[in-house]
Design a protein around this ligand. Structure first.
Ligand SMILES: [Zn+2]
Ligand SMILES: [Zn+2]
Length: 85
């Protein structure tokens, strides 16, 4: 299975993902160029999972999660994961 370019389902729509897909950080107001590789993913599963929203964020807007199950998280998901334990 290749990770360069694939389709994921997120919030009922299909989006292109993978490290070959150029994108912009999804944090409102941020224009940082990123790709949709796993390195920029909020959560661990493309398309979103229990902790992550499945968004893609630059290094300024993606944070190390509170535990090893969460993966890296955006600020909103980090807050949720931290407050709900
Ligand atoms: Zn998130
Ligand atoms: Zn950003």
């Amino acid at each position: 299975m290749g990770y360069a370019h694939y389709i994921v389902h997120r919030d009922g729509e299909q989006i292109e993902a993978g490290y070959d897909v150029q994108a912009v950080c999804e944090e409102p107001g941020c224009t940082e160029s990123i790709d949709r590789g796993l390195a920029y993913l909020c959560g661990e599963m493309p398309g979103g999972d229990e902790y992550g929203c499945g968004g893609y964020f630059c290094g300024h807007h993606l944070f190390i999660g509170p535990n090893t199950h969460t993966g890296d998280l955006c600020v909103r998901c980090l807050k949720t994961a931290t407050t709900t334990g």
